[in-house]
Design a protein around this ligand. Structure first.
Ligand SMILES: [Zn+2]
Length: 282
């Protein structure tokens, strides 16, 4: 993270809830020789298993010598934080961003203390400003997603909680509107705000909800100090389209690994394109 921050590149963060997506992400990052982060939300880790995903990512790192890391994405409870810390996650995002700032600070302080007491080497991320909650195709933007984080809120939050990484609301949003999926609109980012929040905090920043963002904005956001960029909805979309195509094209095939091979390739194309964009230097 420090190196990415210094070099003004970003680490791609991609969510998984099954094996073909994990395989696609790990292989793409290996091929491009860049570090990568795997994210699992509470829902995703509930499906794959907290210890199971930690073991999978650890085995990829140890067997291939690959810089691949695991983040407990959007963890809302202290219980969830402790479970991820004990399972050996590299990063934990404690998310109380839907609450008022004072309450968010209070709860995040508790989470930071809980994580540090289990393993002080875990990177802790906090979030200020609400950007919606589900990586799905949405009919309309969540109401609160229009409230962006101010540099002063960011400064106060970081000073009060001691988090290592901050996720602000800067025009980003979880999920994609239907017209974004169709390519009719794109998310636009407030680049001046990103630069101001970077100056106010001096920390690595995370851009959540990166799917469907204007590519020039994404590039500029990385140059302005976004150190981690999350992509989930676009991978889910590639997964679904890939599965549908594979089932249609192979009507009598029942071996999952044969059906899923083209799905892995489809997801890989999305991952590679983003990793290339995030890792352009200068
Ligand atoms: Zn997120």
């Amino acid at each position: 993270l420090e190196r990415a921050d210094r070099e003004r590149v970003a680490i791609g963060h991609f969510n998984v809830s099954e094996l073909s997506t994990l395989k696609a992400i790990a292989a793409s990052a290996r091929e491009l020789e860049v570090p990568v982060m795997i994210g699992v939300s509470e829902g995703e880790r509930g499906f794959v298993g907290v210890r199971a995903i930690a073991a999978l990512v650890r085995s990829l790192r140890e067997e291939a010598g690959q810089p691949i890391f695991l983040n407990a994405d959007h963890t809302h409870s202290l219980e969830g934080v402790r479970e991820a810390a004990r399972a050996g996650f590299d990063e934990i995002l404690f998310d109380a961003s839907s609450k008022r700032l004072e309450e968010n600070v209070r709860e995040t302080c508790r989470a930071v203390a809980a994580i540090r007491s289990i393993d002080p080497s875990i990177v802790v991320e906090g979030e200020v400003g609400y950007i919606g909650s589900s990586s799905e195709i949405l009919e309309k933007a969540p109401e609160a997603a229009r409230e962006m984080t101010t540099p002063e809120e960011a400064r106060q939050f970081v000073a009060a909680t001691g988090v290592d990484v901050l996720a602000p609301a800067v025009g980003n949003m979880h999920g994609m509107l239907r017209e974004m999926v169709e390519g009719a609109t794109e998310k636009r980012l407030d680049l001046d705000r990103i630069a101001s929040i970077k100056r106010a905090t001096g920390l690595p920043l995370t851009l959540h909800g990166g799917s469907g963002t204007n590519l020039d904005d994404l590039r500029a956001a990385v140059r302005s100090g976004m150190t981690i960029v999350h992509i989930n909805t676009e991978l889910r979309l590639a997964w679904r389209r890939g599965v549908e195509a594979a089932l249609q094209e192979n009507a009598s095939e029942i071996a999952p690994y044969k059906l899923l091979e083209p799905v892995v390739e489809r997801i890989s194309a999305v991952v590679r394109a983003h990793l290339r964009l995030f890792n352009v230097r200068g």
